[in-house]
Design a protein around this ligand. Structure first.
Ligand code: NAD
Length: 498
């Protein structure tokens, strides 16, 4: 752990093991106790003034240097750490740990200048200006396992805007989080700006959310955890000096809907890439699919052919592997149970996959289920693994099916429509306007790029503050308006009085 620039060890440790080789111990991490959490918060608050007073261009320079370190000398290291920690293929590691993280850091410096540039008008005799102050207190960043870029961006974006941050990474990303910490230190991030603790998430969070100086939560993870955090913040509201900012990007049950005019090969490719890259562990991964009766057979045949060409899930060290292991035993057991229940379910047919094995790594075969029940729990629940459920609709019920997509599941993160018929695309874009924060036309629903497709969803999927945009950075500042009168009046009487 890191507090005030110093490495902190408690000697209460846990093993770090790669998901694709769970008997191979690659490291250990130390767990915080309550005293460590207190220390991390006090130290961050003691570091606050110096950092908040640091001119923005110097704050930007630190993170721009971090971006250049990641693009250059640390590129291989952060990619390798991500392959080991999160079992990403080299391609998935590169687009996440290197490309997306570098983009976050560089674009955020640019978005920050856009925010600062936004100033009010001044009428004659007056000069108005807005100062974009950091929040009064500290920001708490809680990050998920699945993206090294998100892990780095959540603390970095708040820190860039002048805040001090307490960062708690996921237990399952610590091996690559360590490289992020190394890069931040090498880039010259001053001591105490981002303090890092590991350990019992509930204990750490309870301590943090009871602190009077808690000023903001930057969370990415599951919906259930985010809701529990929001409740805790509500219960503690009387304790805080300020109303905390709450930003959370959470789960998804992301859809693909194909119109009868969609080319079968394009739909099949969107399914295979959208549902199975990173073992379906992208928040944006397709996990419910709506196919028209007329082309469903052809599309499913193509998907099966593609899946037959994919090597059995294996180690990312094998460059021929398109899918590797899911993140941990808990995830494996849950996914295996979903597959088992599907095997015994009269409403479900398993058309591809259905195998699993955890003897060496947590391997789940890419699995395609077909259901006749569009409201089946497999169409509603997020499993966060390589399982996709397909519902086949009668072609003439296209519009009804759009309503069905809108009314299924609590989430609204990503979704994709495929069609060649322009009117069908217009209909889908309108009918599905509230069921995806990121909506894709003739594409898969994954792969948002910073600066191009700002990312986030609504409903149960989050506060939609769009990571990778100025909108997100705005949540980490508290604007102060300063009005200056150039020549102050010296007589209280207004002209009408005469
Ligand atoms: P998770 O909710 O299990 O964990 C996320 C973080 O919360 C971790 O740091 C974890 O330690 C912490 N946490 C767990 N229980 C907690 C508690 N009781 N109190 C406080 N903190 C707690 O999620 P995960 O498995 O790491 O990530 C997968 C989830 O994240 C999926 O639901 C996925 O959809 C979502 N996700 C969403 C986005 C997005 O942009 N919308 C991006 C990535 C991941």
């Amino acid at each position: 752990m890191y507090i005030g620039g110093a490495e902190v060890r408690t000697n209460n440790t846990r093993n770090i093991t790669p998901p694709h080789d769970h008997q191979h111990v690659v490291g250990h991490y130390h767990l915080a106790d309550e005293a460590i959490v207190d220390q991390a918060i006090s130290n961050a608050l003691a570091s606050r003034k110096a950092w908040a007073d640091t001119p923005w261009e110097h704050r930007a320079a630190v993170f721009l240097k971090a971006a250049d370190l990641l693009a250059g000398p640390y590129r291989a290291k952060i990619n390798a750490a991500t392959m080991i920690a999160q079992s990403k293929t080299v391609h998935q590691a590169e687009i996440d740990a290197a490309c997306e993280f570098i983009d976050f850091l560089r674009f955020n410096a640019y978005f920050m200048t856009q925010i600062y540039r936004d100033q009010p008008v001044s009428s004659p005799g007056i000069w108005n200006r807005v100062e974009y102050r950091p929040l009064e207190g500290f920001v708490y960043a809680i990050t998920p396992f699945n993206f090294t870029a998100i892990a780095g961006n959540l603390p970095a974006s708040a820190a860039l805007m002048g805040n001090v941050v307490l960062w708690k990474p996921s237990d399952h990303q610590i091996f690559s989080a360590q490289v992020i910490n190394e890069v931040f230190r090498k880039a010259g991030l001053p001591e105490g700006v981002i303090n890092v603790v590991y350990g019992d998430a509930a204990m750490v969070t309870k301590k943090v959310l009871e602190h009077p100086d808690f000023a903001g939560l930057h969370f990415t993870g599951s919906t259930q955890v985010f809701k529990s955090l929001w409740k805790q913040i509500g219960n503690n509201i009387e304790k805080y000096k300020t109303y905390p900012r709450i930003v959370g990007e959470t789960g998804g049950k992301d859809f693909i809907i194909a119109h009868p005019s969609a080319p079968a090969k394009q739909v099949a490719t969107a399914i295979v890439r959208g549902a199975f890259e990173l073992q379906g562990q992208k928040c944006s991964a397709a996990s419910r699919v709506y196919l028209p009766e007329s082309s469903s057979e052809e599309i499913l045949e193509l998907v099966k052919k593609d899946l037959a060409s994919i090597k059995a899930p294996g180690s990312p060290e094998d460059m021929g592997c398109f899918v590797t292991a899911v993140i941990h035993e808990g995830a494996f057991d849950k996914l295996a149970a979903v597959i088992d229940s599907a095997k015994n379910d009269p409403e479900i047919e398993i058309v591809a996959g259905g195998g699993y094995d955890k003897s060496k790594g947590y391997f789940i075969q890419p699995t395609v289920l077909v259901t006749k029940n569009p409201k089946h729990t497999h169409m509603e629940s997020e499993y966060f693994g390589p399982i996709v459920t397909v519902y086949i609709y009668p072609d003439h019920l296209w519009e009804d099916t759009l309503s069905l997509v809108d009314q299924t599941s609590q989430y609204a993160l990503t979704g994709a429509v495929l069609a060649e018929d322009r009117y069908a695309l217009v209909q889908a874009t309108k009918a599905l306007e509230n069921c995806a924060g990121n909506f894709y036309i003739n594409d898969k629903p994954t792969g948002a790029v910073v600066g191009q497709q700002p990312f986030g969803g609504a409903r149960g999927s989050g506060t939609n503050d769009k990571a990778g945009s100025a909108q997100n950075l705005l949540r980490w500042v508290s604007p102060r308006l300063i009005k200056e009168t150039l020549i102050a009046p010296e007589d209280y009487r207004y002209p009408f009085l005469g």
